[in-house]
Design a binder for this molecule. Structure first.
Ligand code: BG6
Ligand code: MG
Length: 219
């Protein structure tokens, strides 16, 4: 029985991946490192500092910790300049309706995001009240694929892992859900998300009945 759904933010609820990409690209270019959309896939679901490390590795660059802190702050300022202009219509199609549907049917809902900007983004999109619990990058010490973010979400909702379903677009996020002992629906391209129990291309037309069918097929 499904009692709780946990949602990743970036790439599941809102398409912020493009803003992360633009901001990292601007930073990488400044360092003389070429950074492509393909490289960007490696950063999905990954923390800010780890993302910077990956970019520096791509450019065979090593920097002192204080330099890295400065760069991470700089990236976030660029990112925030995009986020602050974001409008409600940048919510991914159907996701708000899906969350409203499951909540109406008694399922509790949490956010489980690696982002330290998660609350700001939810506010900006006017969807903070859709979540019974919010666990974000400020509350976790272990990054996905560690299950911490989802285990904390389930704890906040007071639901056991086996009654939780996670929605994720990142490989590391699907692994985190599996490590938490939860069912996982991948959102995006099936070839990246083969570890998920099912993959959907998006939430348009998706409903609780379909979700229940997916999960009963699995058992
Ligand atoms: C994840 C994104 O949700 O959050 C990553 O997929 C991002 O791309 C990470 O790096 C951390 O986000 P922030 O907003 O704290 O820099
Ligand atoms: Mg994501």
């Amino acid at each position: 029985e499904i009692k709780a759904c946990l949602f990743d933010l970036d790439g599941v609820i809102v398409d912020t991946a493009k803003y992360h990409y633009l901001a990292w690209q601007q930073l990488a270019n400044g360092l003389g490192i070429s950074f492509t959309e393909e490289h960007n896939e490696l950063l999905k679901g990954v923390s800010r500092m780890r993302s910077l490390d990956i970019i520096l590795e791509l450019g065979n660059t090593t920097l002192a910790d204080d330099e890295k802190m400065k760069l991470a702050t700089q990236k976030n300022e660029i990112y925030l300049s995009y986020i602050q202009r974001m409008k409600d219509d940048e919510l991914l199609p159907g996701v708000k309706e899906f969350i409203e549907e499951i909540r109406n049917k008694g399922i509790v809902v949490a956010l489980g995001s690696a982002s330290k900007n998660a609350r700001l983004i939810l506010k900006q999109l006017h969807i903070e009240e859709l979540f019974d619990a919010i666990i974000d990058g400020n509350e976790v010490t272990q990054a996905k694929p560690d299950p911490e973010v989802f285990l904390k979400g389930a704890e906040a909702l007071q639901v056991e892992s086996r009654s939780c379903v996670v929605f994720e677009d990142a490989i590391a996020g699907v692994e985190a859900a599996k490590n938490a002992g939860m069912a996982c629906i991948g959102v995006g391209d099936p070839k990246n998300l083969s570890e998920a129990d099912q993959v959907i291309s998006g939430f348009e037309g998706f409903n609780l009945k379909q979700l229940a069918t997916f999960l009963s097929d699995k058992n």
